[in-house]
Design a protein around this ligand. Structure first.
Ligand code: SF4
Length: 490
């Protein structure tokens, strides 16, 4: 598809709108100062800003639509950009018959927008109207975002002063899932790095503990994520968790999570260690309970292994168990997805997190022509699970979107009985500093004015090990100095 930008440079924004309709299609942008004498061959979008007027001509297949809008005098660049995006969105909606449920809202954190509108004094009804009129957001997505804002408000109110969280990155997995977009390496190929990795992670935990104690930070939550943290042996997990227990003040800790992830890595011994050393929340993630789909996405565990791991986690006595699911997986069907959701709900886990597949990776798995039908199917799947979860007492408590998600959908953390995952809320709403350790870890320093400063660790375990002294440790010192400055300014 060719996109002609005439007298404007709104490439980033218009691309985001086109991707709502054609997530995996490639398009070429051409900048021009005047409209061409003839239209290009094939599908195209001509987007022109001309003396206070925005014009769009869009052709998809054999249908062409032309729209025009006059801007108010004294318009700004962002007024022009919004008007162009709006014409483009409406044209594509009409030409494709696709009605994105989040409308032209492309930001990753819709709940933040709800807070901003509430701060301006808008009621829930006015917020829904605003989202529908300005962004074409459907009523059900407005309701979802508003309900999420309500559910997480208690957790946000009780944030401790000078609170910060600790994130421990374990970027190893038993095998690589075909849709994975994380930095994670297989145990078979890189398992030999794990002893050194754990040893250095302990050293980095020492340095992180120094940041907490030197700055008087209150450790609010701890989160082991990955990858698959339970790819480590019970002894390796114990080393890390004992280090945390010895070096950090856990007296005000509100939550401690270990994402077990893959059921095939869960053993009674590991769960016992995790529980004994302080974690009260755990994730056991099947993504799907359809055997053929598990196989298609390269997860080397069975449905039975998931139920076995879940039962073990229940017996070990965790306060909360989370189960991750994905809608829109290759070869899955609405029927298969619905049965997965039913079987998981029947277990009554404290949390169920429903993700929509990220198309970035799915581009490797599906053909362009399948993308639209997959988007429709994923949307149906998400709608059906939303209904089931709501009717069985689950409430959405955190919500985020990723670029390139199938159907421009969302990921939602659901909870029952107020079992809010505090770390997830803090992360999504970016309200608390997170000190990250391990390869791929990203330390986020939250300044009072909602500005975020990020410090990245090396991405891969080998790089992490090799550059530990010259990069990883100095970055902890840098985090301390920058955070000290931020705290002094608050
Ligand atoms: S378990 Fe998660 S992190 Fe590991 S390969 Fe699969 S999707 Fe990626």
């Amino acid at each position: 598809m060719t996109v002609l930008l005439i007298s404007n440079e709104f490439k980033y924004e218009t691309e985001a709108v086109i991707k709502l309709f054609f997530p995996v299609r490639r398009f070429g942008f051409v900048n021009m100062t005047t409209a061409p004498s003839s239209y290009p061959d094939g599908d195209f979008a001509l987007l022109e800003l001309n003396q206070g007027c925005v014009i769009s001509v869009v052709r998809i297949g054999d249908k062409t639509l032309e729209k025009q809008l006059t801007l108010e005098s004294g318009f700004s660049d962002s007024d022009a950009e919004r008007a162009i995006c709006r014409l483009l969105f409406l044209s594509l909606r009409e030409l494709t018959g696709i009605y994105p449920r989040w409308g032209m809202l492309t930001g990753v954190r819709p709940v933040k927008l709800i807070y901003r509108l509430r701060a301006k004094g808008l009621t829930n009804g006015e917020i829904s109207r605003f989202l529908a009129e300005q962004y074409y957001v459907s009523e059900e997505k407005s309701r979802l975002a508003i309900a999420t804002a309500d559910a997480q408000s208690e957790a946000l109110k009780s944030l401790p002063k000078r609170g910060a969280s600790l994130y421990v990155s374990i970027p190893f997995c038993p095998s690589r899932c075909s849709y994975c977009s994380f930095v994670s390496q297989t145990v078979a190929q890189f398992g030999r790095l794990m002893p050194d990795y754990v040893r250095l992670l302990c050293d980095e935990l020492d340095a992180a503990a120094g940041v907490f104690s030197d700055l008087g930070l209150v450790l609010d939550t701890v989160y082991f994520g990955g990858g698959t943290p339970t790819s480590l042996t019970a002894e390796q997990l114990a080393l890390l968790m004992e280090k945390i227990r010895a070096k950090f003040d856990l007296s005000r800790l509100r939550e401690y999570t270990v994402e077990a992830g893959r059921p095939d890595t869960v053993t009674a011994e590991k769960l016992h260690v995790i529980k004994q050393l302080g974690a009260d929340r755990i994730s056991v993630n099947p993504q799907t309970l359809v055997p053929g789909v598990l196989e298609a996405i390269g997860r080397k565990h069975t449905v039975e292994q998931f139920f076995g791991a879940y039962e073990l986690a229940e017996k070990t006595g965790f306060k909360a168990i989370n189960v991750d699911l994905i809608a829109g997986l290759p070869t899955d069907t609405p029927y298969g997805y619905a049965s997965t959701v039913d079987r998981v709900i029947a277990l009554k886990p404290a949390n169920i997190t429903v993700h929509a597949l990220s198309v970035k990776r799915a581009a490797d798995l599906i053909q362009d022509s399948d993308a639209v039908s997959d988007a429709v199917t994923a949307s149906e799947m998400i709608n059906s699970s939303t209904e089931k979860l709501t009717s069985t007492g689950y409430v959405p408590y955190y919500l985020y979107r990723q670029k390139n998600q199938v159907g421009n959908l969302e990921n939602v953390g659901w909870m029952r009985d107020n079992a809010v995952g505090i770390y997830n809320v803090n992360m999504m709403e970016e309200v608390q500093t997170v000190i990250a350790v391990g390869a791929g870890g990203s330390t986020k320093l939250v300044a009072g004015d909602a500005k975020i400063e990020r410090i990245y660790n090396p991405k891969y375990p080998l790089e992490y090990i090799k550059r530990f002294n010259e990069t990883v440790l100095p970055r902890k010192t840098e985090a301390k100095l920058r955070l000290e400055k931020i705290l002094a300014e608050q």
